[in-house]
Design a protein around this ligand. Sequence first.
Ligand code: ZNH
Length: 147
Amino acid sequence: MVEWTEQERSIINGIFANLDYDDVGAKALCRCLIVYPWTQRYFGAFGNLYNAEAIKTNPNIAAHGVKILHGLDRAVKNMDNIKATYAELSVLHSEKLHVDPDNFKLLSDCLTIVIAARLGSSFTPETQAAWQKFLAVVVSALGRQYH
Ligand code: ZNH
């Protein structure tokens, strides 16, 4: 089981308490689709992804980025049980959506960059350490149902 210090818990809770979901969610998913264009393949039904501008202004992508970010709320509320919390989403992504689990890591990295840019100097090394640990646990839980 993953252990969390009080400092880590308070950092994670602090980030989510002040999070602009609409902005960060949309920006993180857009960035992932632009930086790693092969991740676009899962969003064929979302409309025009023809170039970076189209991705950034696509309302379906923005909305889905926000949905994914809200998906992380579950982990924040269940920090001591993240694996079980994502059992169902892991099955969905592997068996139904066939999302390559490497992509979870790519999206996490984009999310970290967007959060770091927003937090500026308050994204200290301690904050980064707690944040990356949190995302690593989420990514591992989401990848759990893959064989
Ligand atoms: Zn995902 C969906 C979460 C990642 C792709 N997602 C989804 C959902 C959620 C999520 C919550 C919804 C579900 C239902 O409806 O039930 N994701 C998530 C998270 C993460 C993710 C948390 C991490 C962090 N995804 C991802 C990635 C990708 C994806 C990376 C790719 C690339 N998802 C997806 C899809 C879908 C989803 C495609 C479906 C959509 C529709 O609507 O169709």
